[in-house]
Ligand binder design. Structure first.
Ligand code: F6P
Length: 326
């Protein structure tokens, strides 16, 4: 039996990431800083139960959620890595009320948006969580002001996420590029390219949403999900439900297996729950480059008006026949 995984020099993550990065002149220092964050966060998540890092930190974040100890540590790691890369001028994190401005790097031209540990309510149960990030390029005349990154997702030059599960999986895409997946090899301490050119499979009858919110859904949303569960075609089979409750994990499964992921706005959260800048926009860019549907594209084009704004409609990812045939 031949192994899927190749250890040829071209599979080593740093080489692969840097060669992708060169396409857009995304600096290798920023790539190294991102990888350092993912490896460090993965390390602390794995050790959390052993070194008393489970549970709440006793504080809340910019969006009002209770912070876990690992939320605080993940954010500290990410902030320190971006600051010390020397290439990041602005940083927006879900865990920080304000945009962080690194004036010590006046020549830095990148703005990074991130959710250091997405899905952290799942942390203590050992369920997969992840880091989501997006990168904008600032103009040469940047003044390093937070307004400069209130941009639509179409302006992102790169985005990705790392899922911390049975293994750490890094998925990254560049503007107009393909989507590539890397698996962390703990022995080497490197991300290895294991899933080149990821594309949503054309069809798979899986839907992924928090159905517990259906009481609050608008009629068209209810009708849509009912159409998946009660097909009208003769011999039509209902979709299966899969919902982890960590967007990164649900998105990763959707990228690999296909199907639909959605977090619809509802009467309880009329503007939706997910945040546009560091949750929906980066994820939508990945799904768009992985041949997803128009709904994801609309999310890519939406523009935040404040740092932690939500977005409506919320991200819906499903395979797009048009994009596949293009
Ligand atoms: O936005 C944070 C998040 O944890 C996502 O990762 C996830 O998709 C969603 O919220 C889960 O929300 P709920 O618990 O309402 O289903």
């Amino acid at each position: 039996m031949t192994s899927r995984m190749s250890y040829s020099p071209f599979s080593i993550s740093t080489a692969a990431l840097i060669s992708q990065a060169n396409l857009l002149k995304l600096t290798s220092l920023l790539c190294h800083a991102l990888q350092f964050s993912f490896k460090s966060i993965a390390y602390y998540i794995r050790r959390a139960s052993l070194i008393n890092l489970s549970g709440l930190a006793g504080s809340s974040n910019s969006t009002g959620d209770d912070q876990k100890k690992l939320d605080v540590i993940g954010n500290d790691i990410f902030v320190a890595a971006m600051r010390s890369s020397g290439k990041c001028r602005l940083l927006v994190s879900e865990e920080e009320d304000q945009c962080l401005i690194f004036n010590e790097n006046p020549k830095a031209r990148y703005a990074v948006v991130c959710d250091p540990i997405d899905g952290s309510s799942n942390l203590d149960a050992g369920v997969s969580v992840g880091t989501i990030f997006g990168i904008f390029k600032l103009g040469e005349d940047t003044e390093g002001k937070q307004e400069e990154l209130l941009l639509p997702g179409t302006e992102l030059v790169a985005s990705g996420f790392t899922m911390y599960g049975a293994s750490a999986q890094l998925v990254i895409t560049m503007k107009g590029g393909t989507v590539n997946g890397f698996t962390m090899d703990n022995a080497l301490g490197e991300f290895i390219l294991t899933h080149p050119n990821m594309r949503l499979p054309r069809s798979r009858a899986i839907y992924s949403t928090n159905e517990g919110n259906s009481l609050y859904w608008d009629e068209p949303v209810k009708e849509y999900f009912n159409s998946l569960k009660f097909p009208v075609e003769k011999d039509g089979k209902p979709y299966s439900a899969r919902y982890i409750g960590s967007m990164v994990a649900d998105a990763y499964r959707t990228l690999l297996y296909g199907g639909i992921f959605a977090y619809p706005a509802d009467k309880k959260s009329p503007k939706g729950k997910l945040r546009i800048l560091y949750e929906c926009a980066p994820m939508a860019m990945i799904f768009e480059n992985g041949k997803s549907s128009l709904a994801a594209l609309k999310t890519v084009g939406a523009s935040p008006y404040v740092l932690h704004a939500n977005v409506f409609p919320q991200l819906v990812a499903r395979p797009s026949t048009a994009a596949w045939n293009a």
